[in-house]
Design a protein around this ligand. Structure first.
Ligand code: FES
Ligand SMILES: [Fe+2]
Length: 371
């Protein structure tokens, strides 16, 4: 007999303490009904990164993306205010912006040419004479909540959700002294992985458990024994002292400083900081067994003189990512195996995963409770 969705969710015991806890079970990573519920309960109700603030600095700059199945566009208005909208024309539902990012003086729907200004107001309709009972003011683009924290522009589809700063919580205080606002965007890398998006997050949140086994280069600059893991309400901070003692040369030259910080904000955004550099990872589901990961790399100095050094740093991250892709795709296969039910968690290492799984359980069961 097939289990109901409620039974699949209930097969995880969110009340178990870390030393007794299991991971969320295999079907959470392979059952399309869980993915559909996550679309509404997780991605449709949490703050989701849509863009970098540096992409939306000037009036007319825009970024479009799909989040929780909804086409969205953020644009800075001619009045200087940043807004976000559903990227859906009020005539017959075509996206009004088809480019992923850029600069425009208006939003013009390509289908029948309706135009909206940068504030989302409907300004022009062709061949519209004779249409009765039509109030143009009521046919502007439908707004979406948008807020900015550090260099990250977030949107939230849930009108009732707490503010972005509430969601970020103590992470804001933790990130502030790292002074990442002085860093400049350098390069974006994108990856498609044959695994559920949660496999990627689990791998990120294993407290460095896999680092000595999977990332020999990275491991050579981290003091693995002193790695720390601290959970907040909806975030986890992993941190490791760094060492140059037995460091591999090409890693050591671009991974310097006293400490590495790996910050995760529920559900799908990660910020990695080393001295003078930061990269962010945004993971979005593409289906139950595929996900898309965007890496944005930032450096203190992005001048031409530093280009080669910055590029070398990106390559080190790309090597680590390649190692993670291989393991994540292998895990996805195993999660679907009849041999697997659910795993256990290392008390020393995997508290972050435990938090992630409990938050997901809350998100998903409360959504089912609303229906
Ligand atoms: S759908 Fe946009 S103008 Fe017709
Ligand atoms: Fe890794």
């Amino acid at each position: 007999m097939n289990a109901s969705l409620a039974q699949v969710l209930d097969s995880y015991d969110a009340t178990a303490p870390l030393d007794e806890a299991f991971t969320i079970p295999g079907p959470w990573y392979t059952d399309g009904r869980v993915a559909e519920l996550e679309r509404r309960a997780v991605f449709g109700r949490t703050w989701q990164v849509l863009a970098r603030a540096d992409q939306l600095e000037r009036p007319g700059q825009f970024v479009s993306a799909e989040i929780a199945g909804e086409p969205l566009v953020a644009v800075r208005g001619s009045d200087g205010v940043l807004r976000a909208f559903f990227n859906v024309c009020r005539h017959h539902a075509t996206p009004v912006m088809t480019e992923p990012c850029g600069e425009a003086d208006k939003l013009r729907c390509g289908y029948h040419g309706w135009t909206y200004n940068l504030q989302g107001e409907l300004r022009g309709m062709t061949d519209w004479e004779g249409v009765s009972d039509f109030d143009r003011a009521r046919f502007g683009l439908v707004p979406v909540r948008v807020e900015t924290w550090e260099n990250f522009v977030f949107v939230n589809l849930d009108k009732a959700a707490p503010s972005l700063l509430d969601a970020v919580g103590g992470l804001a205080t933790l990130l502030a002294p790292l002074n990442v606002s002085r860093l400049r965007f350098f390069e974006r890398r994108e990856y498609v992985l044959a695994c559920n998006w949660k496999v990627y997050v689990d791998n990120y949140l294993d407290g460095g458990y896999h680092v000595p086994h999977m990332h020999k280069g990275l491991s050579s600059v981290l003091e693995y024994a002193d790695y720390t893991i601290e959970n907040g309400t909806r975030y986890c901070v992993q941190s490791s002292p760094m060492t140059q003692k037995s460091a591999e040369a090409e890693v050591a030259s671009v991974r310097k400083g006293d400490r590495a910080y790996y910050l995760w904000l529920h559900p799908n955004f990660m910020i990695n900081c080393y001295e003078g550099t930061m990269d962010t990872n945004l993971v979005r589901p593409l289906g139950i067994d595929r996900c898309h990961v965007t890496f944005d790399f930032y450096f203190e100095d992005v001048s031409e003189a530093r280009r080669a050094a910055n590029a070398a740093s990106v390559e080190v991250a790309d090597t680590v990512q390649g190692e993670d892709v291989a393991i994540c795709e292998g895990v996805q296969k195993g999660l679907g195996s009849r041999a697997y039910g659910a795993g256990r968690l290392s008390v020393r290492r995997e508290a972050g995963e435990h938090l992630f799984h409990r938050l997901l359980h809350t998100d998903l069961t409360s959504e089912l409770g609303r229906e």
